[in-house]
Design a protein around this ligand. Structure first.
Ligand SMILES: Cc1ncc(C[n+]2csc(CCOP(=O)(O)OP(=O)(O)O)c2C)c(N)n1
Ligand code: SF4
Length: 316
């Protein structure tokens, strides 16, 4: 099947009813990354091959000996999602050139943050640099989740993980600031056709960004904020609220970069204090007021850079 231009979804009524990520997988109740997968698969449609580097969205989805994917899917190492995807894309290109196939599938990598921003960053960067027509999606649950919640480069400052427990020596738990992978990718890859950040709470925006990334006919990167109830310790029926709160507080910023042009895609009317987000999750329970202030100052600085409104005091 040749690639067709995927149209913008203008409202909820235009969301395709077809599912390509179907019921039956061992993800946690309320798993954010599982919902991201479902929406990505829905937006991409049947002419798609998924690459699944090791992480929850490989292990939890395929244990044991089955998958919820209605389209072709292949496992990759956590280190080499870029290489595997590039190989698939190049193989189809050669086979088309030789007249051996007329198939031109979308190739999408669904990478965890540990993979995409840490252990697999070399392979991501290499594939982006070599101009492969692949959409790279990082579902960001802000930890190495599948191995039992260890810190990754996107784990926020102050978050508890099993590798960053809070204690007398390091009272804030994690004491490093997160790596800004979208910025890193956007700043360093001249071949990049499309880049976006997206959130599970903005489902239609997320699906449209997936379609723009696929329509771009070249390397694209989408970083999706995907709350993890197990790792962040919040009730499993609050995943969407948590995703929305991240955007409303400015902890997570929504924007896209098309052919080098930067555009903010969502501005909250007023920014909520970041404390509202932090107090909703057990992973931040140990934080002292000075840590919360430090995080607020960091959020303010980043939000000002992209022109988001100031924090107003909470309405009592
Ligand atoms: C080269 C290599 N190192 C370590 C592991 C162990 N491992 C399996 S799953 C996983 C966590 C992956 O984290 P992430 O990419 O953030 O995805 P998540 O589990 O959070 O969905 C790790 C480190 C591995 N499979 N391969
Ligand atoms: S640990 Fe987190 S990412 Fe993994 S399946 Fe559970 S909710 Fe999903």
């Amino acid at each position: 099947m040749p690639q067709a231009i995927l149209p913008e979804i203008k409202g909820i009524k235009q969301v395709p009813l077809e599912e390509y990520y179907v019921p039956g997988h061992r993800t946690c109740a309320g798993c954010g990354p599982a919902l991201v997968y479902r929406l990505v698969a829905k937006a991409a449609g049947p002419n798609t091959i998924f690459v699944g580097p090791t992480g929850c969205m490989y292990v939890a989805n395929t244990s044991y000996g089955c998958t919820p994917f209605k389209v072709p899917w292949i496992h990759a190492q956590i280190t080499n999602g870029g290489g595997v995807a590039a190989g698939i894309e190049a193989a189809f290109k050669v086979m088309r050139r030789k007249g051996k196939t007329d198939q031109d599938p979308h190739v999408i990598v669904m990478w965890g943050d540990g993979g995409a921003t840490d252990i697999g960053l070399t392979s991501l960067s290499g594939a982006l640099y070599r101009n492969h027509d692949v959409l790279f999606i990082c579902y960001d649950n802000e930890s190495y989740a599948n191995t039992g919640i260890q810190t990754s480069p996107t784990t926020p400052y102050g978050a508890w993980t099993t590798f960053t427990p809070a204690g007398p020596v390091v009272p804030e738990g994690k004491n490093l600031w997160p790596k800004d992978n979208p910025k890193l990718v956007a700043g360093g890859h001249p071949t990049l056709k499309y880049l976006a950040t997206a959130s599970l709470a903005f489902t239609i925006d997320l699906m449209n960004k997936v379609r723009r990334g696929l329509n771009a006919q070249g390397p694209a990167y989408i970083h999706v904020h995907a709350p993890c109830p197990k790792g962040w310790t919040f009730p499993s029926n609050q995943t969407m609220e948590m995703a929305k709160l991240a955007v409303d507080t400015g902890m997570y910023l929504l924007y896209e970069v098309v052919d080098g042009e930067f555009r903010v895609t969502w501005k909250p009317r007023r920014r909520k204090p970041v404390a509202e987000y932090l107090k909703a999750q057990g992973r931040f329970d140990h934080l002292a007021p000075e840590h919360v202030e430090k995080i607020q100052a960091w959020v303010d600085r980043r939000a000002e850079e992209v022109g988001l409104p100031a924090v107003l005091p909470p309405v009592e």
